[in-house]
Design a protein around this ligand. Sequence first.
Ligand code: BYC
Ligand code: FE
Ligand code: FE
Length: 470
Amino acid sequence: MSEVSNEKIPNNVNLSEDRKLQRALEKWLPNYLSWWQDMGPEGFQSKDVFLRTAISVDRDGWANFDYVKMPDYRWGIFLADAQPDRKIGFGDHADDLAWQEVPGEYRNVLRRIIVTQGDTEPASVEQQRYLGMSAPSLYDMRNLFQVNVEEGRHLWAMVYLLHSHFGRDGREEAEGLLERRSGDADKPRILGAFNAPMTDWLSFFMFTTFTDRDGKYQLLSLAESGFDPLARTCKFMLTEEAHHMFVGETGIQRVIQRACELLKTGNGDVREQGGVPFDMIQRALNHWYTLSLDLFGSEISSNAATYFAAGLKGRAYETKRTDDHVLLNEGFNIDVVRNNKLVNEEVALRNALNEVLRDDYTADNQKAVDRWNKVLRDNDINDYEFKLPSQRFNRSIGEYADYNFNPEGDLISKEAFDAKKAEWLMSPEDIEYLKSIQNQVTKPGQVANWIAPPKTGIKGRPVDYEYVRL
Ligand code: BYC
Ligand code: FE
Ligand code: FE
């Protein structure tokens, strides 16, 4: 189907047949590149990186690996193949034909969803922009840059939708996506986690495990959208998300593996030997997992009900689910705080859809944590276990935000929380320590002392391949 294109903007949306849209995007391109130069990976813009580029949506379209300088990466616009006569799968318009154009009554909410999704992509690149300078190996450095260019492509995907379906205000929103800055007090990114500082690689691996997985679940729910161009865009983005979570999960596996090794050498003190102790790994897990839980919005949300009713945002795997797709008569039980006590209340299911998605997300995370614990068992360590804290712990959005909970999910006083905070969550002291051990490693095949080497290289290349030419 889609052939390899040599256009300025690689695409499978017949861009050359829509001159007006093509011109608008070509006008946005230099602004994007200037944002990338300012806010993309600091210090490596002129280096050759062994990157994978999507040139089409076919399976072979992914096989494209080569040395590329990041600013020359060909950020393209790709939608998954259309399903002829696709129907809306849920909500009040279930079984109607999916929309190829934006329905007027939903224009504002839809634009808002697309802008919110789009905003996270450049935000993550901004958060990660200094990490190349402390990469533990060329392999890891390359993976960081691969994730970065793909998040850049995800921004392109949302900007394409804004330009092609939202006219002038869409173009203005596309400019806005290049103007907000992660962590900036005056013009911050939209969602909490995307303004959090990320100064160390333990955080990077936790972020790609937990925050990119929020990306997976939000994209799964948008891939069900009745607005067909959004559904097809998100479907293709999901193919990239898997790699981001792979980078995070295997990164943490290797940090744990190294800690296990250090427990058995020297004086057995992981920290004194420059490794990352288990409790510090758990604190980073607690920090990034709970920040990511907030990204699902409030437990009880009329926005979520509206999105579902309108057919804009479904549940993950909505069309594969066997229950009814209208959800008008069901309830959902949820723990809420009333009179300073945790009680269980039933709410209408449509209002609890953020929580439904968050529960699916948590179950998926648990599998990653199980694999981390397997590294401990494989090293004969049986007296430690990594755990996901309760979904109520350390929340800033939703029903639990105004209260304090311990990692087990019990309601506690603010004093009790503050007294334990440094034990439960990443502290400035942890971050200082991580920065102190994370010196950049630039020799092919060498790996920093705090992390085990990867098991295999990329695309059949050996681990000691020169993944970035410095
Ligand atoms: N921070 O009913 P509520 C990714 C706001 S990650 C700040 O609770 P709703 C990626 C909310 O906007 C995936 N504000 O929430 C990963 C609302 O504001 P207003 C990103 C927040 O609307 C790694 C108010 O609180 N995609 O792709 O049901 C690297 C009450 O709203 C937050 C999406 O998010 C927060 N955490 O759900 C790169 C999909 N949470 O109305 C990329 C699009 C809520 O009072 N977004 N608020 O002004 C959505 O579907 C929804 O906006 C949300 C929130 C799920 C985020
Ligand atoms: Fe993304
Ligand atoms: Fe991602």
